[in-house]
Design a protein around this ligand. Structure first.
Ligand code: GUN
Length: 319
């Protein structure tokens, strides 16, 4: 049988006919399932704390205006908090709230001993300086990990930084799915301060120096990376992490067979019939036939990000 298959392969090769004999069907990295697993572990720790009279953390979310996507994100965060046993509360501000009033509210929360985690849902209206707001939050309560002090500690004091939830989500998916990273080649598409850059930083970090290190060789692409550069880099990559918000950026023809694909992108697009759907950066249909592992959108990195937020909130009372 093998002989027949080999002769057929050779024949087709000679005739320059392209038939893929080794089509991969990628293993789905189910973010929803892994997120539930992480949440159950957090829940067990919080149940223990509750039963033993130890402090149960409190998360306060600040919402400004009523951005539809933010409403959904906040709903998911509150549902997860309730599930794991974290106390939570939302403070709603009108779209026109002044920067001064917002700052005053955050300063009160900063010194409130009953509040352990503070999260200001983004985006904020244009008249409010996002950077200023993120840096008013007490860095020890900054469960988003967006404060300069936490971002800076990623470089200089990684063990003691509160890390942004999306990079943590990517790392947790890789680890819990037993994806090998040591000595592997990785490409990160996107260089944002809260997503692409910290993901690349964790991927390249030295495991001999930090428990966060993943020891990969990493390239970071951005909007100026040409398609041919992107293609050359991706074709060599064992791991591709895409966080650009550009649908169909990663196509099957630039993916190395067996590679692990983590899709952080999330874009709302309109179907032909007028309805909307969420898509990632990766052409899932094509790439899943070539890759070894792949995250779906939705149901991949998104739910894991919420689980990692719960972990950050738990850490505020554990560490
Ligand atoms: N808006 C979209 N994603 C996030 C996030 O991770 N944190 C906050 N605060 N706002 C967001």
């Amino acid at each position: 049988m093998n002989m027949i298959a080999n002769s057929l392969k050779n024949y087709l090769k000679c005739r320059q006919i392209q038939i893929n004999f080794h089509r991969f069907s990628a293993v789905l990295l189910d973010g929803k399932r892994i997120s539930k697993q992480v949440q159950n572990e957090i829940k067990a720790k919080l149940d223990y704390r509750q039963k033993n009279g130890l402090k149960v953390p409190q998360l306060t979310v600040i919402q400004v205006g009523n951005n539809a996507a933010s409403e959904t994100y906040i709903k998911n965060k509150l549902a997860a908090a309730k599930y794991v046993g974290i106390d939570s509360k939302v403070i709603n501000f009108n779209e026109n709230v002044s920067e001064k009033d917002l700052i005053s509210c955050i300063k009160d929360l900063n010194t409130d001993a009953n509040v352990n985690g503070i999260l200001v849902q983004l985006p904020l209206p244009n008249h409010i300086d996002k950077k200023l707001i993120c840096n008013i939050i007490n860095p020890n309560k900054d469960v988003d990990g967006f404060h300069y002090q936490n971002a800076g500690k990623m470089f200089y004091d990684i063990e003691n930084s509160i890390k942004a939830c999306t990079p943590l989500a990517v790392v947790e998916i890789l680890k819990r799915s037993n994806i090998q990273t040591l000595g592997k080649t990785a490409v990160v598409c996107g260089r944002s301060k809260n997503v692409g850059l910290p993901i690349a930083l964790l991927l390249q970090a030295d495991s001999k120096k930090t428990k966060w290190g993943l020891d990969a060789t990493v390239s970071i692409c951005n909007r100026n990376t040409s398609r041919s550069q992107l293609s050359d880099l991706c074709k060599l990559a064992d791991i591709i992490i895409s966080a650009t918000g550009v649908p169909n950026l990663i196509t099957a023809d630039i993916v190395k067979p067996g590679a692990c694909i983590i899709d952080v992108g999330i874009t709302r697009i309109q179907n032909e019939n007028g309805t909307f759907k969420l898509v990632g950066d990766v052409n899932f249909e094509g790439v899943s036939k070539v890759a070894g592992h792949i995250t779906p959108v939705p149901g991949g990195v998104g739910p894991m990000t919420v689980a990692m937020l719960m972990q950050n909130v738990l850490n505020t009372v554990e560490s």
